[in-house]
Unconditional design. Structure first.
Length: 367
């Protein structure tokens, strides 16, 4: 009976751990490929409970996007009630990437990273979910090539850890205790669960500043201190803005603070870069840009052009593969799959994922 994920994978070492899981580096015995295995600490009594796991349900439903960490497989060990999620192995988190640096990253590099994060975020949002815990620890990086002459290289950025996601159509109020405090938007601090997708945009704005300066923007010690630090930099909100929030038991008699100004904290940032900071860190979510609108900002026009050019090249390659096939009905399709796999890691199809998942689970369940 194959009732242990180590029947499929060899343990290499521990990558990290949190309150609800530990992440291990593993090697698949069959292929020799390396993966990250997320072992959830929660006990699952049966397969029905596994199917109800919010993170697993989200990952299975979500279509492939290169800027969101995709599920490769999962294994349920019925004897011990353990659920393990298998993901592609990335190099490290952005937190680990910047924590020991002494020289800040260039604006051009940060811009590329933020663009990729917003691409992943837009993918989540247009699929009716939002992350709720965007922070450097949950943004992963894999260096595909070395950086040379300060030019943008194809470092891959992916949003990870969908364990806190919320459906956009979930009723209000939502869970009040969400996201990590330093990246928590004002609506999460000032209301009892009246927040939405724009909270993710705020968190990415905080990450952008942190990538540029290597320092967190609002490192509050508690919720009131968090608000105080926000007000010191953005200025105290007017009563008109405060009255637009759904109230909770918070004393709104904040001491008046004059804005330090985000532009003064990053004096070397371009005007368009400062505009991105300003519009991602707008105090009220109604005046904060959506992920889609951020991607359309002129700041990213060069990256949008590169993306379109790359997509056109890929389409031409796939078309060429299909046309030159000796058998248009069979070999053509094989050729397209072969080329697509390099872009989607063979996980662009939801049906292929479903069959792969059921093989492992059914073996464990039936044995």
């Amino acid at each position: 009976m194959l009732d242990n994920f180590l029947s499929y994978y060899t343990l290499i070492g521990k990558i990290g751990e949190g309150s609800f899981s530990e992440v291990l580096k593993v090697k698949e015995k069959k292929s020799g490929h390396f993966y990250a295995a997320k072992r959830l600490t929660k006990y699952y009594a049966n397969l029905d409970e596994v199917k109800a796991c919010a993170e697993l349900k989200t990952l299975q439903k979500l279509e492939y996007n290169q800027n969101v960490l995709s599920l490769v497989n999962f294994i349920f060990e019925e004897r011990c009630g353990k659920l393990t999620l298998i993901f592609d192995l990335m190099d490290m988190s952005m937190y680990d990437f910047i924590k020991d640096r002494t020289k800040p990253l260039s604006e051009r590099r940060c811009k590329n990273y933020i663009f990729q994060i917003f691409q992943g975020l837009h993918h989540l949002h247009r699929n009716g979910i939002f992350h709720r815990d965007i922070k450097p620890e949950n943004i992963l990086i894999r260096s595909e090539t070395r950086w040379r002459n300060n030019m943008i290289g194809p470092d891959l950025i992916q949003i990870a850890d969908l364990g806190s996601v919320c459906q956009t159509d979930n009723p209000f109020p939502r869970s009040a205790y969400i996201s990590t405090r330093w990246y928590r938007a004002p609506e999460c601090l000032l209301t009892s669960g009246y927040y939405g997708q724009k909270m993710d945009v705020w968190a990415v704005g905080c990450c952008f500043f942190e990538f540029l300066t290597l320092n967190p923007l609002f490192p509050g010690d508690n919720e009131l201190d968090q608000l105080h630090k926000i007000h010191l930099i953005l200025g105290s909100p007017s009563n008109i803005i405060l009255n637009r929030f759904k109230h909770r038991n918070v004393n709104y008699n904040f001491p008046k603070c004059k804005s330090v100004g985000l532009h003064n904290l990053v004096p070397n940032l371009s005007d368009y870069g400062n505009d991105i900071l300003k519009k991602t860190l707008s105090y009220h979510p109604d005046t904060r840009l959506s992920a889609k609108k951020i991607l359309e900002h002129i700041y990213f026009i060069d990256l949008q052009y590169k993306k379109k050019r790359s997509s056109s090249s890929t389409s031409a390659l796939l078309k060429s593969s299909s046309l030159t096939s000796t058998n248009s009905s069979n070999l053509g399709r094989k050729s397209i799959r072969k080329n697509s796999s390099s872009l989607t890691n063979s996980r662009g199809s939801e049906s292929s994922n479903s069959s792969k998942y059921s093989i492992v689970v059914e073996k464990l369940h039936e044995a």
